[in-house]
Unconditional design. Structure first.
Length: 102
């Protein structure tokens, strides 16, 4: 019979912890590192300064959080930008040379 069943999550095995690529971890690690450095630089701070200091970690965490049907938010944003910036007119290159005309 030779029936093969491919699981739906075959690409998850290529990801770190099933969710992240090395680029994702680099983005998140860089955001957290910048936040830690800023925390050491600004010792006494009010609420608005604390939010600004935590912003790099929050933004990088938002970019790598998994979303349904996409790998993460960064991949979703990349797909949206690619869709809007690429060509919108698609040309027929099928097997019919005359395009229905004789």
């Amino acid at each position: 019979m030779n029936n093969y069943l491919i699981p739906a999550n075959t690409k998850k095995s290529k990801l770190i912890l099933g969710f992240f690529t090395p680029i994702d971890l680099a983005i998140f690690g860089t955001g957290c590192l910048i936040t830690v450095v800023l925390l050491f630089l600004f010792q006494g701070m009010n609420l608005s300064t604390a939010i600004l200091v935590l912003l790099p970690a929050l933004i990088s965490g938002f970019l790598v959080v998994p979303v349904p049907n996409y790998h993460n938010v960064l991949q979703l944003i990349t797909n949206i930008v690619t869709f809007f910036l690429n060509r919108k007119r698609y040309y027929w290159k099928g097997w019919c040379i005359h395009n229905g005309e004789e």
